[in-house]
Design a protein. Structure first.
Lengths: 107, 528
C-alpha cells in the first residue's frame, strides 16, 4: 500500500501558522522585558519626588503600567497558542486527508 | 529661615525625572516595535492565508486587531508620560535654580556681606532681608506646586493604565502566561556592559566585576533586579530579594493601596513569614530567596525559596508545582515539600552536611482549571525553568552539582519540557502524579538513560488522564517506576494526588534517594 503523503496546501498553511505562533511568542517575551523596564523606570521617579503623595503616585503609575504590559504579554502569548492550535488542526486534517487518499481503493 | 533650606532643595532631583523620561521613551520604543513586528509577522501571515476561515480564524484575526489597538494606545500614553516627565524635569530644574539663587541672597543678606547693603539703616536692612526671604518662600511654594502637579499627572497616568486594563479584563481570563527576560538598563555605568539574556554571559559578566562594582549594584536602583537574574549566584540573589522585600514592606501604604498592591503585600508578608519559619526548621541550612516578584501575573506571584545553598551544594533539586499554584495559597505547602525532600535526601546521602539544596520553584504562571488542559503554561514554564537551571549551572562554573528536577502533577509536564529545552543539564527527572510528560517515551527526554523516574499512586486519578501523552507510569513509557502509594490514614482515591511528599507515604524516601544521587538504591516496580 502506498505511504500516506501530506496534502501540500494544508502543510504549507500549518507551517505558516506555526511560524506566526513562534513570532508571537517571541514578541510576548519582548513585552515582558518592557514590563520589567518599568520597574527600573520607577526608581528615578520615586527618587525625584519630594512629597509622599507624589512618591505614591509614581509607584502606583509604574505598577499599573507594568501590570498592563504584563497582561498584554499574556494576550500575545494566548494569540500564539491559538495560532499553534490552528496549525495543529491543519496538520490533523492533512493527515486524515492523506490517509483517505492512500486508503483502500485509492492506492 | 534658610537653615533647613539647603537640605530641602537637595531633595529635589530634576535630573532623575529626565532619566525616568528617557527610560519611559525606551519602553515606548519597545512597545511600538512589538506592535510593528506583530503586524509584520502574524498580521502578514494571516493576510497570506486569505482562505483561512471559521471560528479559529475569526478569533485569531480579532485578537490580532485588539492587540494592535491596545499596544498603540499604550504607546501613545507612554509617550505622553515621557513628555510629562521631561516637562516636569525642565520646570523643576528652573525652579530649583531660582530657589537656590533666592536662598543665596538670603544667606548673603544674613551675613551682611553685600557691599551695597552695608550702608543701609537697620530698618532698611531688615526690609531687604524680609524681601529676600519672601522671595525664597515664593520659590519654595512654586516648587511644591510643581511637585503636586506632577503627582496629579502621574495619578492620571495610572488611571489611564487601569482603564486600558479594565477594557480587556474578559480577555485576560483567557490569557496565557507572561515571562521575565533579564534585561538591563542602558543608563547605568556598570550595566553599560550588561549581560544578555544568556545565563552564561551573565555569569561571566558578574565574575568580571570588581567587589566594589558588585556592592554598588547590590545597593543601587538595580538591586531589585539582581534578585531574578538567572546566572547570578544564589547568595547575591537572596540578598537583593531580601532588601527589596524589606523596602516594599516598609513603604506599603494600606490606605492608598489598590487591589493588586494589597495582594502583592499579602504575598510579601507571607514570604517574610516563610523565610523565618524555614530558617527555624532548616537545622542550620541556609534558606535563600532566589525569586521574589509578588505582583507578577496579576498577583499570583513569582517566588522561589531554596533550603540549602545552591551555590555550593553537591546535589540541587528543583520542585515544580502544578495546577493553580499561587503564592498566597500554595507557597507554604511548596516550601514544606522542599523541606521534606531536603531532609529525605540528607538521610539518603552518604555525605553528611550541607550536601543538598532543594528549591521550591514557583517560577511560572501555573494553569488555572480553565487552562489546565492546555500545554501553553507548561511550555512557557519550561522556558523559564530551563533558564533557571541553565543559570544555576552557569553560576556554578566548573563545579556543577548533581541536578534533579521533580515535577508534581501539571508541574511534571513543565519539568519534562524543561529538560528538552536545556538538554544535558538535568541528571535525574522525577515525575510524580503526572498527567503526561509531553513525549511518547522516556528515551525521548534528554536525561541519562535510566534516570527518568515515575511515582504514580494507583489511587491517583490524575495519572490516568493522559492529557499530555501516554501515562509515564505505563510499561511502554520506559521510566523507572518507584513505589508511591499513599499510606496516610484517611487518604483515598481523591486525595492521593496531593500526598507524594508525605512522610508517611512510600515516595518521599525514594525521591530523597534520587535527589541525593543515590538512585541505584531505589526499588523498581512494574509499569502499568
Amino acid at each position: 500500500m502506498a505511504q500516506p503523503q501530506p496534502t501540500t496546501a494544508f502543510t504549507v498553511q500549518g507551517s505558516s501558522l506555526d511560524r506566526a505562533a513562534a513570532a508571537a511568542r517571541s514578541l510576548a517575551v519582548r513585552l515582558d522585558a518592557a514590563a520589567d523596564e518599568l520597574a527600573v523606570a520607577a526608581g528615578p521617579l520615586l527618587a525625584a519626588a519630594v512629597a509622599s503623595a507624589t512618591t505614591d503616585a509614581a509607584a502606583d503609575a509604574a505598577m499599573r503600567w507594568r501590570a498592563l504590559l504584563d497582561d498584554e504579554a499574556r494576550q500575545v502569548r494566548a494569540l500564539a497558542g491559538s495560532l499553534a492550535a490552528a496549525a495543529a488542526d491543519y496538520r490533523a486534517t492533512d493527515a486524515t486527508a492523506a490517509s483517505r487518499l492512500a486508503g483502500p481503493g485509492q492506492a | 529661615m534658610s537653615g533647613g533650606v539647603p537640605a530641602l532643595l537637595d531633595r529635589w532631583q530634576p535630573e532623575r525625572l529626565a532619566t525616568a523620561a528617557t527610560r519611559t521613551r525606551m519602553i515606548h520604543a519597545h512597545v511600538e516595535s512589538v506592535r510593528a513586528d506583530l503586524a509584520a509577522t502574524v498580521g502578514a501571515t494571516l493576510l497570506s492565508l486569505a482562505a483561512w476561515s471559521g471560528m479559529a480564524a475569526t478569533r485569531c484575526r480579532t485578537a490580532l486587531d485588539e492587540r494592535s489597538a491596545v499596544l498603540r494606545a499604550v504607546a501613545v500614553r507612554l509617550t505622553e508620560l515621557a513628555v510629562l516627565l521631561d516637562q516636569a524635569a525642565i520646570q523643576l530644574t528652573e525652579r530649583v535654580a531660582r530657589a537656590r539663587s533666592a536662598q543665596a541672597r538670603v544667606a548673603d543678606a544674613e551675613s551682611g556681606l553685600q557691599g551695597a547693603t552695608r550702608l543701609l539703616t537697620p530698618l532698611a536692612w531688615a526690609w531687604v532681608q524680609q524681601q529676600h526671604e519672601t522671595d525664597l518662600r515664593t520659590q519654595l511654594t512654586e516648587l511644591q506646586v510643581t511637585d503636586r502637579r506632577l503627582g496629579g499627572e502621574l495619578e492620571a497616568s495610572a488611571r489611564a493604565a487601569r482603564a486600558l486594563r479594565r477594557e480587556h479584563d474578559a480577555e485576560l481570563m483567557r490569557a496565557d502566561s507572561g515571562a521575565v527576560a533579564g534585561r538591563w538598563s542602558q543608563g547605568d555605568p556598570i550595566a553599560a556592559s550588561p549581560p544578555g539574556v544568556d545565563a552564561q554571559d551573565t555569569a561571566d559578566w558578574w565574575a568580571a566585576l570588581t567587589p566594589g562594582e558588585r556592592a554598588r549594584l547590590g545597593s543601587g536602583p538595580l538591586a531589585a533586579r539582581l534578585g531574578r537574574i538567572d546566572g547570578l549566584p544564589a547568595q547575591v540573589r537572596d540578598r537583593a530579594n531580601r532588601l527589596a522585600l524589606a523596602a516594599r514592606l516598609r513603604s506599603y501604604d494600606a490606605v492608598r493601596a489598590g487591589p493588586l498592591e494589597r495582594t502583592a503585600h499579602a504575598v510579601d508578608l507571607l514570604v517574610d513569614t516563610e523565610l523565618h519559619r524555614l530558617a527555624a526548621l532548616a537545622g542550620g541550612l541556609p534558606v535563600l530567596l532566589l525569586l521574589d516578584d509578588p505582583s507578577r501575573w496579576s498577583g499570583k506571584g513569582r517566588v522561589a525559596i531554596a533550603v540549602g545553598d545552591p551555590d555550593v551544594a553537591a546535589n540541587v533539586a528543583y520542585l515544580v508545582p502544578g495546577l493553580d499554584d499561587r503564592a498566597i495559597t500554595s507557597l507554604r505547602i511548596d516550601n514544606d515539600h522542599a523541606m521534606a525532600v531536603a531532609r529525605s535526601a540528607a538521610a539518603a546521602s552518604a555525605t553528611a552536611g550541607s550536601g543538598t539544596a532543594v528549591v521550591a520553584w514557583l517560577g511560572y504562571d501555573t494553569p488555572t482549571l480553565r487552562t489546565v488542559t492546555s500545554s501553553a503554561p507548561a511550555d512557557h514554564g519550561a522556558e523559564l525553568l530551563a533558564e533557571a537551571v541553565s543559570g544555576l549551572l552557569a553560576s556554578r562554573g566548573s563545579g556543577n552539582p548533581h541536578l534533579t528536577v521533580v515535577g508534581h502533577s501539571y508541574g511534571s509536564t513543565t519539568a519534562a519540557l524543561a529538560t528538552v529545552r536545556a538538554p544535558g543539564s538535568v541528571d535525574d527527572l522525577v515525575l510524580v502524579g503526572s498527567p503526561g510528560a509531553a513525549v511518547e517515551q522516556a528515551v525521548n527526554l534528554p536525561v541519562p538513560a535510566g534516570h527518568v523516574w515515575v511515582g504514580s499512586s494507583d489511587d491517583d486519578l490524575v495519572t490516568r488522564l493522559a492529557w499530555f501523552g501516554p501515562d509515564p507510569a505505563g510499561a511502554q513509557f520506559g521510566a523507572q517506576r518507584f513505589p508511591a502509594e499513599v499510606t496516610a490514614p484517611g487518604s483515598g482515591v481523591f486525595d492521593a494526588h496531593g500526598h507524594y511528599f508525605d512522610d508517611a507515604g512510600q515516595s518521599l524516601s525514594e525521591i530523597g534517594r534520587i535527589v541525593a544521587g543515590a538512585g541505584t538504591g531505589v526499588p523498581s516496580i512494574p509499569g502499568r
